[in-house]
Write a new protein. Structure first.
Length: 226
């Protein structure tokens, strides 16, 4: 515990140095121990019932509720309890970054949903949301996620072409493809790979074929898709 007790720290932007302060709470930012301590600190709040579930990963938290007959009482109670718990335990919620997404496939028109209010701020109702790097939408398909991956892949494929134009050897180009291009295209593929449409797979496979032509070798989507 000597590492965490009375530990001084300062900030140095360029040539300016701030005053030295001592950390009286928490753990130093950027340390390996910090994520584990945060997870341990927040582990006592959990909720899991037949209609509501609290999903936590480090400091990202999602409350998932299954609402039937427009009865949102349990769903909103869980949100209120979580907000109160954060206040009691000196954790500050970022309400401006919090989003609510409603998935509703019923054909008949539903009553207008009252937005969730946290810290006197109405939470924005979003059609899509990025959670742990994966883009989810209210249609529960992967079109939004594919659009993001495709745009990211295009920009990184441009860099691959530029490297080839500079005469970079094929081995380094292959390393760049694996670490920069493919890592972006296939991020969390175990989540969306099986559920993506043929159109989505063809779009991503088109980028893979372009990368193959740059490297003069054959690639493909994981699982042989596209």
């Amino acid at each position: 515990m000597d590492y965490l007790t009375d530990r001084p720290q300062f900030v140095r932007p360029q040539n300016c140095v701030s005053d030295m302060v001592v950390c009286s709470t928490g753990a130093p930012q950027g340390t390996v121990l910090s994520p584990f301590l945060f997870t341990l600190y927040t582990s006592d709040f959990s909720y899991n019932s037949g209609s509501c579930h609290l999903q936590k990963f480090s400091d990202d938290t999602a409350i998932v509720g299954c609402v039937s007959s427009w009865d949102e009482q349990e769903y909103r109670t869980v949100i209120t309890d979580f907000v109160n718990w954060c206040g009691t335990n000196h954790l500050q919620l970022n309400a401006s970054k919090t989003k609510e997404m409603v998935v509703d496939f019923r054909r008949r028109r539903t009553p207008q949903t009252v937005p969730v209010n946290i810290q006197r701020l109405d939470i924005e109702m979003a059609e899509s949301y990025r959670f742990l790097g994966v883009h989810l939408n209210n249609k529960l398909d992967w079109s939004t996620n594919t659009d993001v991956l495709y745009k990211k892949g295009q920009s990184r494929l441009y860099l691959l072409r530029r490297l080839r134009s500079f005469g970079v050897c094929r081995t380094l180009l292959k390393t760049f493809y694996d670490s920069v291009v493919a890592s972006a295209l296939f991020y969390a593929v175990v989540c969306w790979g099986a559920g993506s449409t043929e159109r989505d797979r063809k779009r991503l496979n088109r980028l893979v074929r372009r990368a193959s032509s740059v490297l003069d070798c054959s690639f493909g989507l994981p699982g042989g898709g596209g």
